[in-house]
Design a protein. Structure first.
Length: 302
């Protein structure tokens, strides 16, 4: 089942808290994060005299029952410091189920009963759900930096027909034209990858001419690269003015594809034995295809 969630924060480090909440949503059982909106700053709604909010929306798929999903989201709120003292009062984090399968009971109403009266919810929701039929009310809403999508993640991979990535920690293909294209895309930019991907590089060394960032919870230092332990730490070292290329492996592709703005795939016209796969690209649009002897260069965008 597809649901759209609204997030808001007006206390503390608002952008960081929203990013932490989104990361926690990714870890809800039987749930997959599909898409994230920009962040928007808005005046408080319902109670005057509060700090401004940062608001966002996310799209998820889940097999959880609606009330079980609500329990999981409220647990995230509590873990991130939410205290319920005043109706519509200031809060560290707020997560609402905005839209999805209709339900109406004492604890939960979907669509949210105030959704179509609140531009602060509708504007980010409309960004990731353009088919939503709604009317804006002209409230003052300003897009601000800080969303995970602002880091401009671009995923780059070489796959077979079935989107297979590798087998037994080895890449499936080494194609000179693909390697040349990869270098042209990433040179003078940031590349983000895991420790196992490093092992596939020449001499198992970071690549020259690029800022190398390695996601690893098992190693502290790697010569010629920066090491971060998790996605939260990654956000802390990235520059939103830079293009950040994510180059593997499968786990990191899955972690960052909800935040990606583009995907560059070399798709080889072959079926190989693979034990890891590139994640589904259903949330993206194929905008460019270059056909060559035995493979295609494909570019996808949101």
């Amino acid at each position: 089942m597809i649901y759209y969630l609204g997030l808001g924060a007006n206390l503390g480090e608002r952008e960081k808290t929203l990013r932490r909440a989104i990361e926690r949503i990714k870890k809800v059982p039987a749930t997959k994060l599909l898409r994230v909106s920009s962040f928007y700053e808005t005046e408080a709604w319902g109670v005057e005299g509060q700090p401004n909010y940062i608001n966002a929306a996310v799209k998820i798929s889940t097999s959880l029952a609606p009330l079980t999903l609500l329990d999981e989201l409220q647990r995230i709120e509590l873990d991130l410091g939410r205290v319920r003292l005043e109706h519509w009062g200031a809060r560290t984090i707020d997560i609402d189920i905005l839209y999805g399968a209709e339900i109406s009971c004492e604890r939960l109403t979907v669509p949210h009963k105030f959704l179509f009266y609140r531009d602060f919810a509708l504007v980010p929701l409309k960004e990731i759900f353009p088919a939503l039929n709604c009317k804006m009310h002209g409230d003052k809403i300003l897009r601000v930096a800080g969303s995970p999508i602002d880091f401009k993640f671009k995923l780059v991979a070489c796959v077979d027909k079935n989107f297979g990535l590798g087998y037994k920690d080895n890449l499936l293909f080494y194609i000179p034209a693909d390697l040349k294209n990869f270098r042209a895309l990433t040179l003078n930019h940031t590349i983000i990858f895991g420790r196992k991907t490093l092992a596939t590089f020449p001499n198992q060394q970071p690549l020259d001419g690029r800022r190398n960032i390695i996601l690893s919870c098992s190693q502290d230092k790697i010569s010629g690269a920066e090491v971060v332990k998790n996605i939260t730490e990654l956000f802390g070292v990235l520059d939103t003015a830079e293009e950040n290329f994510v180059i593997g492996g499968a786990k990191i592709f899955n972690e960052l594809i909800p935040y990606a703005t583009e995907i560059f795939l070399t798709v080889v016209d072959a079926k190989a034995t693979a034990d890891v796969f590139f994640p589904p690209v259903d949330e993206f649009i194929l905008v460019d295809v270059g056909t060559f002897d035995g493979f295609e260069f494909r570019r996808y965008t949101r």
